[in-house]
Structure formats: C-alpha cells, structure tokens
Design a protein around this ligand. Structure first.
Ligand code: GLU
Length: 394
C-alpha cells in the first residue's frame, strides 16, 4: 500500500478544463466471474460527478464490452477469433452502456454512447464530425461514454486498445488531461513482475527512447493494452498538449485518489491543446480554397475574434466544411488560415449576410461563424511575426 501525499492545487486533474478518463476491462469486469464490478463503478461515477460539479468537462472511454459479452456467449476460454470478439462486443456493449446509464441516471446525469472506429480519428472529415458530435454532447451537458466500435472493426482497421483511443479522443476534443486507469499503478523502470528493483517513474517530462524501452514488456493479462500501448497513448496525448496519467484504478474512487496524490506516472504536455491544433492548421501544406475578407473582418481577426460570414467578400476554389482555407486580405495577401465551417457553395449564399440570417438562407442552422477563432491562426508576418511563439496558456 502506498502513502498518500497531500493534494496539491497544482494537480493537472484539478486544473483541467476537459478530462478524458479511460477505464480498462480488468477494472470493470471481475476476472473470476466475468460480471460487472458494480460497486466499484459507483465510486468511479462519484468521482466523475465531482469533476463535473466543479465545472470540468468529462469524457469517459470505457472498455469492457468484449469481456462482458464473451461470458454471456459462453466464450470463456482462451484468445478469441476476430468474429468471436466482434460478436462478444455486440453483446457486451449493450450491457456496458446499460450499466452506465443506470449508474448515472441515479444522479440525474445523461450518458451518451459513442462508438468510434479508427477511421473516425484518421480521416479528417470523420474526425471533424466526431469532434463536433462530442462537443455538442458536452455543450448539452451529457457525459459521453466512448468505446471502439469493435463489432465492425477488423484487425487491420482497429485501434485494438482503448489507451490510444482515449488519447485520440483527447486530441480530437482538445482535452487537457487524460487519465488511464488500469491494473498497473504506472510506468516502472523495468517490469515490476520480474524485477523487484523496478521503480515507479512518477514524472515523464518527455517520452525518450529509454521511456519507451521501460514500457517494453509489462502487461496486464485481461485488457488488450499493455504498457507499450499506454506509452504510445501518452505520446499522442502530450503532443496534443494534454497531461496524461497512468494510474491504478482498482481502488475505490480511483480518480479522486490520483488527484489526492497517489503514486502514478504523469506525462507532461508539449505545448497546449490550442497551440497544437493551431500548429496543425498553420502547417497545412495546401489549403483547399481561400476567402477574401474586408477590412473590418481583418481588424476583428487581429483582435482574436472569429470570422463571420458578414465579413467575407469573396471565395476562391472548392472546399468542404472542415477543409483548411486561406483567409486573404482584399489585396490577395494571405493573412490567416482556418477551418471552414461551410463549403464554398453555402458560403456564396451567406457571405456578406448577418449570422442571424444563416438558417433562413441555407435551410439549416450551421455554425454562427465561417471560421471559429479556435480554428483560425494568423500567418501574416505583420500581425504575427514568426519569432513570436504562442503563449503557453491562453
Ligand atoms: N474495446 C474493447 C472492449 O470494450 C477493449 C479494448 C481494450 O481493452 O483496451 O472490450
């Protein structure tokens, strides 16, 4: 047993705005009986509710579908073939979602099931679509509970482990903190099952080859993600600007325990989520099209505002919603880049018009902005000299 250290207000968990918590199968499903660990789940729910009550947004990534379904189907022994895990997932996911619904209903919180496939994070249009769905759910106060859509995922096109899925979700939603709860309490200098001298690494400022080597072989035998997938997840999360923690989850109130300073491994973020996203936008090699904007819009963008359809005076090229476009001044010079909220065809109908008119002009209610300020980065030299880095926090 470990000694608790006093809570520090500096805990990334206490400061985070949006938190992704990943729960492994070994925690949720009792290895001996194959049944859901209900009492433990209640304490996890209590922790997540506490975060929400403090005004933090929470997304849960939950494994357990296959582990629950295989018991129901009598597939209890040995490794499963692909079609068996697909079948087990179909049976188990419904039970998993039901358990979450029951537990959170009791507290008046609405849970939303979101099943993702690898393509939802790798293909940009699907990525943006999933991102929009998740932010919509959060804005409506629901608690997204995510799993991989194992029933349709084949071996070539699946994450296979929810560690990396959780990191991708964090990246997708610009979350600033990820907690991977599993049956190990963190990353050790060597496999603690084999080497009694192995020590827990509490802080990882940067994922070095030594860190990746330390992750080599330690693994849990129930979930599919070993330590290597957790470190791979950490690499994704930290490069998206999120803190990531690997912690033991089998205790009651596993999230609060981490916040209270229980031993675990924290990976430090590189940059912040917003900067990482903006880098990605600015780094687009070939914007799909361009918008020409008026002086007023340029002033608004310089002041950190969004680009509204009202400020657009022209459009070039063909692009879809979700594509990166250039924002040009009237003289044709590139001022900014951003992600278009409307395709060029729709923009021609709403440019120069007020935001309140959009729904009537298009027949559907899209976003208020043509490019939201979070999706926009100024690239013009005069406004943002290349030597000025993004501030660490905004
Ligand atoms: N998606 C799998 C399930 O729900 C779990 C993957 C993992 O263990 O990371 O059963």
């Amino acid at each position: 047993m470990h000694n608790r250290r006093p809570a520090t207000p500096a805990s990334p968990l206490a400061r985070a705005r949006r938190i992704v918590v990943k729960v492994g199968s070994a925690l949720l499903v009792d290895a001996a009986t194959g049944r859901l660990n209900r009492a433990w789940l209640e304490t996890l729910a209590g922790d997540l509710l506490r975060l929400r009550e403090r005004g933090q947004e929470v997304i849960l990534v939950s494994s357990g579908a296959i582990a629950l379904g295989r018991r129901q189907l009598g597939l209890s022994r040995g490794a499963l073939r692909l079609e068996e895990s697909q079948a087990a997932a179909a049976v188990g996911q419904i039970r998993l979602a039901h358990a979450y619904k029951e537990v959170f209903d009791a507290h008046g919180v609405t849970v939303a099931q979101v099943l993702l496939t690898l393509e939802d994070s790798e293909r940009r249009r699907r990525y943006l679509n999933a991102r929009a769905t998740l932010s919509g759910l959060l804005a409506l106060g629901a608690l997204p509970v995510i799993n991989e859509n194992d029933t349709v995922a084949t071996s070539e096109i699946r994450y296979g482990d929810n560690d990396r899925l959780a990191a991708r979700v964090a990246q997708m939603t610009s979350a600033d903190c990820v907690v991977l709860l599993s049956d190990v309490d963190g990353l050790y200098t060597a496999d603690p099952n084999r080497d009694p001298a192995a020590k827990l690494i509490e802080r990882v400022p940067r994922v070095t080859p030594q860190i990746e080597a330390a992750a080599g072989t330690a693994r849990s035998d129930f979930g599919t993600g070993g330590m290597a997938t957790k470190v791979a997840a950490a690499k994704i999360a930290v490069s998206a600007g999120a803190h990531l923690c690997i912690a033991a989850g089998a205790h009651r109130h596993p999230v609060r325990r981490v916040e209270d300073g229980a031993p675990c491994t924290w990976f430090a973020p590189q940059g912040n989520p917003r900067a990482a996203r903006k880098q990605w936008i600015a780094g687009t090699l070939r914007p799909r099209g361009a918008l020409v904007v008026d002086e007023g819009a340029l002033r608004a963008l310089r002041a950190g505002k969004s680009l509204l359809p009202a400020g657009v005076i022209g459009t070039r090229g063909h692009y879809d919603r979700g594509d990166t476009v250039s924002v040009l001044a009237a003289d044709g010079s590139e001022f900014a880049r951003g992600i278009a909220a409307y395709a060029d065809g729709d923009l021609t109908r709403i440019m120069g018009r007020k935001t309140a008119e959009i729904a009537a002009l298009l027949g559907y209610r899209g976003r208020d902005e043509m490019i939201h300020r979070d999706d926009l980065v100024i690239v013009a030299e005069e406004a943002a000299p290349a030597a000025t880095p993004e501030p660490a926090h905004d």
